[in-house]
Design a protein around this ligand. Structure first.
Ligand code: NAD
Ligand code: 0WE
Length: 264
């Protein structure tokens, strides 16, 4: 059964074929959605265009979410070429690398501002821009991480940003509910993407995750795609303001079971 037949989705945050947003795009395509993508910089166009072709995306458009003009241009094009939209996917986060390698207390004012602007305010800005195009109701989805709820080594200012993102999800859900627009977040377990590449300690953490989780495995961008299709489909029509964990059960644990057989 195709769950998104007749729906149009605008997807922000594909950088390459490892991106969580690409896992979501593929799953939405398989479920019959019509798609359009944004990309963050000229350099990424070379990677994003072939992916867009694979899923027959209507267009791809440059949109740096720190630029109001880029957001306006993106939605002008969406209005022109798509008419209305049903689904908005926000899969964007950024902090300067220094803020993810130094102790949290050393976070600079500018580093804090950038992380909050790109990772949190962008959701508010995109939701506002999408509202006039979501005339038949809609579903907005963002991506969070457990580091917004509990302390994770080195996640630092991104943890503060994800806490704010999850709260923004609830405030937007309250505002947009009367328009029949739902706003939810998926809190994903660790995945190897451009954003986690080169993070010191990520590889070890990633390996241990599979040993610790109830489902005894890591999660993939396809796992996120499946949850995203459900959450943005009519099957989830009464779900809004939620943070759905797609993490093989990691977040339910207070302390990992000590399994002698497993080499950590
Ligand atoms: P990714 O690097 O593939 O995606 C991040 C995207 O953000 C990229 O496409 C990048 O171009 C975009 N971006 C950064 N600055 C931007 C700007 N100024 N304007 C527009 N776009 C900008 O990595 P990912 O892991 O797929 O990350 C997607 C989302 O998933 C992020 O919100 C991330 O916090 C979240 N997440 C990731 C993991 C993980 O382990 N990889 C886990 C949980 C949540
Ligand atoms: O949300 C994320 C990625 C966030 C991120 C990553 C980078 C790396 C490169 C934001 N900005 C940047 N800026 C860069 O220059 N994740 C959930 C993946 C992630 O990032 C971590 C993690 C995990 C997991 C950072 C430290 C510790 C763990």
């Amino acid at each position: 059964m195709k769950l998104l037949e007749g729906k149009t989705a605008l997807i922000f945050g594909i950088a390459n074929d490892h991106s969580i947003a690409w896992g979501i795009a593929q799953a939405m395509h398989e479920h019959g959605a019509r798609l359009a993508f944004s990309y963050a910089s000229q350099i990424l166009e070379r990677r994003v265009r072939p992916l867009a072709e694979k899923v027959n995306a209507v267009f791809i458009e440059l949109c740096d979410v720190s630029q109001d003009e880029d957001i306006a241009a993106m939605f002008a094009r969406a209005a022109d070429e798509l008419g209305t939209i049903d689904i908005l996917v926000h899969s964007i986060a950024f902090a300067n690398r220094e803020e993810l390698t130094s102790p949290f207390y050393e976070t600079s004012r500018e580093g804090f501002r950038i992380a909050m602007d790109i990772s949190v305010y962008s959701l508010v800005a995109l939701a506002r821009a999408a509202l006039p195009l979501m005339t038949k109701g809609g579903s907005i989805l963002t991506l969070s991480y457990y580091g917004g709820q509990k302390v994770m080594p080195n996640y630092n200012v991104m943890g503060i940003a994800k806490a704010a993102l999850e709260t923004a999800t609830r405030y937007l859900a309250a505002d947009l509910g009367p328009h029949d627009i739902r706003v939810n977040a998926i809190s994903a377990g660790p995945i190897r993407t451009l954003s986690s590449a080169g993070i010191s300690g990520f590889k070890r953490m990633y390996r241990q995750f599979a040993a610790i989780t109830p489902l005894q495995r890591n999660i993939t961008i396809n796992d996120i795609g499946g949850a995203a299709v459900w959450l943005t489909s009519d099957l989830a029509r009464a779900v809004t303001g939620e943070v759905l964990f797609v993490d093989a059960g990691f977040n339910i644990l207070g302390f990992p079971a000590l399994r002698e057989q497993i080499q950590l």
